[in-house]
Write a protein that binds this ligand. Structure first.
Ligand SMILES: [Zn+2]
Length: 558
């Protein structure tokens, strides 16, 4: 048997809730073929449900306590200080492609989130959305790759900022910039596959995530034939056509993995009501006077959102203190930190204790931390949906029960597992018989006009003649003891590529996806513990602002 090649296609935000009905209806013949001839399984994305932490876990095989990336930015700082966007320079574990390259294999990496600066590896690499721009030094390896693409007539773009502005003007029509991004990304990947040797290749397509955030028909769980599903279906069909071009290029000795970082579903606002609920029960205080009486605060928030970037840079250079204040104002303008014990992240998935000595304006003494954590857990578990009276939180976990490693202290104090289907648009708390309610102030709170958000069930599909079992569905119930997780992708790829798996990786080789024949000839080898990542240079202040602005226009920041 020839040595295997592995190709990993990352589909940011892809969900079986859309793939299955559209594959059955004949819209996605190539995804249908991969599932019919291979293995499919739900990917358990909780607790790593944002793309930064999810992809970092996928490419390293380690949990965030080991690789150190929990979000798109430094979350401990986000209350008061200038926020620092995450890049690969912050990742403390090495990606699988570095291990393969060190072992003498040729690798290709295209557009994996949190991969800037590109690694100088054996092969080629284009960094992801954490890069300031496609012209930044460190975006491409080898450095002349971008000029080569331009010679091929490919206008490679990093993302589609400002999609929120285009949104809903013409339902039924796929926004042209998303189509253009998918097209240039597909052409780039196919060109690099054709023009260079590779043993393993990973490329991430972010278009499904972007389109779903903004164009998911509001409140709908399942797609129908209506025109308002056309933009999202159009993107999946574009992905499917790209897969047909990939499959036409790979031989019998190639394994194809299709992986999403998380699932997707209509946005429910219950989780956005967590801070108002914490305020109702006295654990968080809003400043009542902030809007009418603080014109400077209003001006700073307005400027941060509306002023053109170059003008903001100029102001930031001249008036650095005012700039930091503007950043802080635009993050949490109306929280009174001096009277706040507990607060939730924007999307309500994580809870922080305002701890003395850790948070800039912390008030909770360390000796009260455990009792407060316990009290908040119990409170969260009794929250219900005001309309149905059903519990909306499935479980609350202490960080040390979910993550382990030297960076555990960067995690939030509590992690909330929402019931994504039962949670509605508000919260009720049975406060001693007289229920307390928290409701969203408007449907357009934060998130740049998103109609849908991440869910905990992602997608895993594996295909490879003779290697991967044909036509197998690993269902959630049959598979509950050992679901497929982000951490399992790297060890599985290393094993397929003939390398030992580092002994301390959090993931496992997904042995259940292989044929008996492949199993017999390929015992899993366990190697030394993995090395930590080499330090690389992070972003300059101006570069960090470019990345921050992109994240904000995509809805990932307030
Ligand atoms: Zn997203």
């Amino acid at each position: 048997m020839q040595p295997l090649r592995t190709i990993i296609i990352g589909l940011d935000g892809a969900t079986f809730d859309l793939i299955d009905p559209w594959a059955r209806a004949g819209f996605l013949p190539n995804l249908a073929r991969l599932m019919e001839q291979g293995v499919r399984a739900p990917l358990a994305a909780w607790p790593n449900m944002n793309s930064a932490v999810a992809w970092s876990s996928i490419i390293t095989g380690y949990n965030p306590g080991q690789h150190g990336i929990f979000d798109f930015g430094d979350r401990l700082a986000w209350q008061h200080q200038e926020w620092h966007p995450t890049t690969a320079a912050d990742r403390r574990r090495r990606a699988f492609w570095q291990l393969l390259s060190d072992a003498g294999q040729q690798v290709g990496v295209i557009n994996v989130p949190i991969s800037y600066p590109a690694n100088p590896l054996r092969g080629f690499m284009l960094a992801g959305m954490d890069a300031p721009s496609v012209n930044s030094p460190g975006f491409a390896h080898p450095p002349d790759l971008m000029s080569e693409l331009r010679l091929q007539g490919i206008d490679y773009v990093l993302d589609v900022p400002g999609l929120g502005r285009l949104c809903h003007k013409d339902p039924g029509r796929v926004p042209e910039p998303v189509t253009a991004m998918m097209d240039s990304r597909s052409r780039t990947i196919l060109h690099l596959m054709d023009s260079r040797p590779w043993d393993a290749l990973m490329a991430v397509l972010v278009a499904p995530d972007r389109m779903q955030h903004f164009y998911w028909p509001e409140g709908r769980e399942a797609p129908d034939d209506g025109p308002d599903w056309a933009p999202i279906r159009g993107v999946y069909q574009q992905v499917d056509r790209f897969l047909s071009n990939v499959l036409a290029r790979v031989g019998q000795n190639t394994v194809v993995l299709v992986v999403s970082d998380h699932g997707f579903g209509p946005r429910r606002l219950a989780s956005n009501c967590l801070n108002p609920m914490l305020a109702r029960v006295g654990l968080l205080r809003f400043r009542a006077d902030v809007r009418p009486r603080r014109p400077l605060g209003f001006l700073l928030r307005w400027g941060r959102r509306r002023l053109p970037l170059p003008f903001q840079y100029l102001l930031a250079k001249r008036l650095p203190a005012l700039y930091v204040r503007a950043v802080s104002q635009s993050k949490n303008p109306d929280v009174d930190w001096s009277r706040t014990q507990v607060f939730a992240s924007l999307r309500g998935r994580s809870i922080w204790i305002n701890l003395k000595g850790r948070q800039a304006y912390g008030i909770v003494p360390p000796e009260e931390y455990e009792a407060l954590r316990q009290r908040v857990s119990e409170l969260l578990l009794t929250l219900t949906d005001p309309a149905t009276g059903r519990r909306v939180v499935r479980a609350v976990h202490r960080r040390e029960d979910v993550f382990r490693g030297p960076y555990l202290d960067r995690a939030a104090d509590l992690l909330v597992e929402w019931d994504e289907v039962i949670a509605g648009d508000g919260l009720a708390y049975p406060d001693g018989g007289q229920p307390v309610y928290a409701r969203p102030q408007s449907r357009r709170v934060g998130e740049a006009g998103w109609t849908a958000n991440h869910r905990s069930e992602g997608v895993f599909i594996a295909w490879g003649p003779g290697v991967i079992r044909p036509g197998v569905t690993l269902t959630e119930s049959a598979h509950a003891a050992r679901p497929v997780t982000h951490y399992d992708i790297s060890p599985t790829v290393l094993h397929l590529q003939g390398l030992p798996v580092p002994a301390d990786m959090d993931g496992r080789v997904l042995a259940e996806i292989f044929t008996e024949e492949y199993h017999r000839g390929h015992a899993v080898r366990i190697g030394q513990s993995g090395a930590t990542a080499d330090r690389t240079v992070g972003l300059e202040a101006d570069e960090a602002r470019l990345v921050e602005e992109r994240l904000r226009s995509l809805g990932y920041l307030e």
